[in-house]
Design a binder for this molecule. Structure first.
Ligand SMILES: C[S@@+](CC[C@H](N)C(=O)[O-])C[C@H]1O[C@@H](n2cnc3c(N)ncnc32)[C@H](O)[C@@H]1O
Length: 511
């Protein structure tokens, strides 16, 4: 191992981070290597959709109904958040039936592989066709312009009349940040020594990140104390309030927001979720940060600095008044008159402050551990609270199956309804899961033969060579119950191809 000294934001860890995402593409989320549930589930997406819907109402109230509102998601990753936001937002707009400005959601990422995967994703095609979804490769560290791949439009400086909405989840914690230290009221950069194995070239980024060792040394950095430093005020506050403390400073994140700000003549709204602290207390006496490894790595976002810098410019920052546990969700209204956006602010109050994505995740954590003691009504309620999320259904199928013999018709009716809702908003990830099989088997146990047949046939179609005999058996019974005798016999023949001596199938064929 040999150690080389770097400025923190220029250390090779950031290059490894970029390589990881660019090489893996949407496979980065296989086996939950990079976590996505907490920032991409239907509950958080609904909260975002409500805020965007509120913003569209506010723009309409101000008389701005003709110019489109662009929503740019930075680091959109697997794409699941965008999909759920679009589902909910389009439904809200249809339901309300009020006149609003048109909108277009732009999914962006550093990794071109992700952009290509979204473009071809079956679940996104209807939104592309409706003209409400577009894509762009956008490197937040340096790009200033958005080239939209579907419409061919280029969004550059001053192009937008409406404010831009920027969505950024698990984003500011993973792009380069400065690491600074305050001691005796003076500012230092915490340089990092990266001790790395000799064999760097042969290692994958994830493996290299696991093997390196980091140590820190302070270097006096008086330039942060000069009036010319662009974020002088916030650094001065840190000099005053912090002692013997390290903190990450999001210079690259703020520079990215500034470049995006220039695209519109009317400012931006940032909606963002992260392991990110907006309270200065969290940085007091902090040691240098540890890299949290998950294939790539993450740190903690300094929401306090972003909030402070934009409040200085007249923005309104919304963060929950309580402490967060897993994910902090904030909104920065960098707009001419933030108070003129009551619907947006109300949506934040209703969907983040009152009970937000962090509260939901805390409860999900508990529910996962206690599923075996939950009744059908509690399962249905929690599933509804989570927006009929597929992940919760997949986790609960065993318990649902155990509860079905005692369940009444109303509960079964609600289960069927939930499965239909879940299926209509299911976003297939790179690592496929046979959700149709789970749905079909539960419906079979509920004697809902028509619906069961619908899902089991999808499963057969998708699994092709891996269909198990039980599925053919259930399909045959569904067909007989629905009076599709010949079709049912066909499924029994398929079952017998897999298991020639299956007695039940032979008996059914001979009756
Ligand atoms: C931790 S993932 C978060 C993905 C998604 N937002 C979520 O919440 O699941 C970080 C994402 O940011 C992207 N990313 C990393 N560096 C970037 C950069 N400099 N510019 C734009 N995107 C970047 C990665 O490719 C990845 O998709």
């Amino acid at each position: 191992m040999k150690g080389t000294r770097y400025r923190y934001s220029e250390a090779p860890i950031w290059q490894a981070q970029r390589e990881y995402y660019e090489e893996k593409g949407t496979k980065a989320w296989n086996n939950d290597q990079v976590p996505q549930y907490i920032t991409s589930n239907p509950m958080i997406a609904t909260a975002y959709a409500e805020m965007i819907f509120g913003f569209l109402q506010d723009r309409a109230a101000a008389g701005d109904r003709s110019e489109p509102v662009y929503i740019v998601e930075l680091g959109a990753g697997a794409g699941r958040l965008a999909f759920h936001v679009l589902i909910e937002l389009t439904q809200l707009i249809d339901y309300a039936g009020i006149s609003l400005p048109p909108f277009c959601y732009i999914m962006t990422d550093l990794a071109m592989n992700n952009v290509q995967a979204w473009r071809e994703h079956p679940a996104l095609q209807r939104f592309i066709a409706e003209g409400v979804l577009d894509f762009a490769r956008f490197d937040a560290v340096q790009d200033s312009v958005l080239h939209l791949v579907v419409s061919g439009i280029t969004i550059d400086e001053g192009k937008l009349q409406q404010p831009l909405i920027v969505v950024a989840n698990y984003f500011f914690d993973g792009i380069p940040q400065e690491l600074l230290y305050i001691g005796d009221g003076k500012v230092y950069e915490a340089d990092v020594y990266v001790e790395q194995p000799e064999s760097k070239a042969s290692l994958q980024p994830a493996e290299w990140l696991k093997q390196i060792k980091l140590r820190y040394e302070h270097r006096r950095a008086a330039e942060y104390e000069q009036e010319t430093y662009p974020y002088r005020d916030v650094i001065a506050l840190y000099q005053e309030q912090l002692e013997d403390s390290h903190f990450l400073f999001p210079a690259a994140g703020i520079a990215c927001l500034e470049r995006l700000n220039r695209l519109s003549l009317s400012g931006f709204v940032l909606i963002t979720a992260d392991k990110g602290d907006h309270l200065l207390d969290n940085w007091k006496f902090a040691e240098p940060p540890e890299l949290v490894l998950h294939g790539s790595f993450s740190l903690t976002a300094n929401y306090h600095a972003i909030q402070y810098v934009y409040e200085q410019k007249g923005a309104m920052a919304l963060f929950p008044p309580h402490h967060y546990k897993n994910i902090n969700v904030g909104a920065i209204l960098h707009l001419n008159q933030p108070l003129d956006y009551p619907n947006l602010r109300l949506a934040y109050r209703r969907w983040m402050e009152r009970f937000g994505p962090d509260d939901f995740f805390n409860m999900k954590w508990w529910v996962d551990l206690h599923l075996d003691s939950m009744g059908m009504q509690q399962i249905l309620s929690f599933w509804r609270l989570g927006g009929y999320d597929a992940e919760f259904f997949i986790q609960s199928t065993k318990r649902i199956s155990a509860l079905l013999p005692e369940s009444n018709d109303e509960e079964k009716q609600d289960l069927l309804h939930g499965i239909q809702r879940m299926w209509s908003s299911y976003y297939i990830m790179e690592q496929r899961y046979d959700l149709a099989l789970d749905a079909g088997l539960i419906l079979f146990e509920m004697d809902r033969y028509e619906a069961s047949k619908f899902y089991l046939e999808i499963s057969v179609e998708e699994q092709q060579d891996e269909v198990v005999s039980t599925v053919y058996y259930c399909l045959a019974i569904c067909c007989f119950e629905l009076d599709f005798i010949e079709e049912g016999k066909g499924y029994l023949q398929k079952l017998l191809e897999l298991e020639p001596d299956n007695e039940e199938a032979l008996a059914l064929l001979n009756c």
